[in-house]
Design a binder for this molecule. Sequence first.
Ligand SMILES: Cc1cc2nc3c(=O)[nH]c(=O)nc-3n(C[C@H](O)[C@H](O)[C@H](O)COP(=O)(O)OP(=O)(O)OC[C@H]3O[C@@H](n4cnc5c(N)ncnc54)[C@H](O)[C@@H]3O)c2cc1C
Length: 382
Amino acid sequence: MDFRLSEEQEALRESVRDFAREVVAPAIAEHYEQHTFPYEIVRQMGKMGLFGLPFPEEHGGMGGDYFALCLALEELARIDSSVAITLEAAVSLGAMPIYRFGTDEQQAQWLPKLLSGEALAAFGLTEPGTGSDAGGTQTRAVLDGDEWVINGSKAFITNSGTDITSLVTVTAVTGTRPDGSKELSSIIVPSGTPGFTVAPAYSKVGWTASDTHELTFDDCRVPAANLLGQRGRGFAQFLRTLDEGRIAIAALAVGLAQGCVDESIKYAKERHAFGQPIGNYQAIQFKIADMELRAHTARLAYYDAAARMLAGEPFKRQAAIAKLHASTIAVDNAREATQIHGGYGFMNEYPVARFWRDAKILEIGEGTSEVQRMVIARDLGI
Ligand SMILES: Cc1cc2nc3c(=O)[nH]c(=O)nc-3n(C[C@H](O)[C@H](O)[C@H](O)COP(=O)(O)OP(=O)(O)OC[C@H]3O[C@@H](n4cnc5c(N)ncnc54)[C@H](O)[C@@H]3O)c2cc1C
């Protein structure tokens, strides 16, 4: 058992860390404040090959693996989570289902631009009336000749309304199974298709420089060939997509938690109270030691889940554990980092304020903490 990174992995981590410090850090506060999408940062991430990290070179990818993506997400989130979630959703929810389940034609049509970061794809599973209970999908798609006619709506869809969004993959009810249950399928809807409307961006508490919209489909017609993979496999496809995505969200959460440690150490050395740096007080030292403990153990949890996944072993439970643990400790670390910063921690100009606002959604997105516990318990046979 060896949790040390290879030279190549270490080099990737270093280069993303430098990029996050030198390019993301100086620019992101303004985007966060203004709620604007960081196109220039995304363009540079594309040039670095980050959107193609876990894909083979024949599709235009970098020939890396899912763990490489996780390392990049951790380093980005150490500085900023809006940028990290933009990458996470673009790769794990956007491009990955097309790579995993798409036909040769779909892959040839969409992957080159998605993997270069010139275009973004979104994944529309959640609906206004149903999130955790994804089987409760109400959106319907009916085959009419050689076209699917889609009606319904999707809520909170990341990367769905940027200027460079090329498509959203939506889950829809396409029929009824012999046992009376819903037949769910995934269908690719290109941006700009008549009947597909993107609502104005949500006003969010955190991740304010990332792109999130409600989508509606009103007699929206797409070619029958836009079905992703097999008809009726929608449920299995999104379960696989979410299982993997949980490891990526865990990595992102670890990055945020580590960023809290970084900022707290810096501040504890600079800030004086009662005649000395607050870092001299054991109460502050212990807070920071506990924050490091939490980030370190959560990192091991996502490394373990990723290693199992890459070895082709079952990883559902470990991915849920990693996501549950990392998101919980990200919230804890953000709270403690804010506390260490005192009143300044409540000021938006300090990165910890952003960490605090960005941490909570990690306990909700890609499966709430309650859903992770359900997954773990079910996997334990309870
Ligand atoms: C910023 C943002 C970006 C997002 N991006 C995407 C995206 O790109 N694509 C996408 O499809 N979705 C996306 N989502 C949606 C996200 O995945 C859902 O919000 C999440 O899965 C929870 O669903 P819900 O909001 O409907 O909550 P609900 O399912 O309504 O849950 C409400 C509460 O009830 C609890 N609960 C539900 N069922 C049970 C149960 N059986 N036992 C115990 N407790 C239960 C939940 O844990 C939660 O605490 C995004 C959300 C946000 C906020």
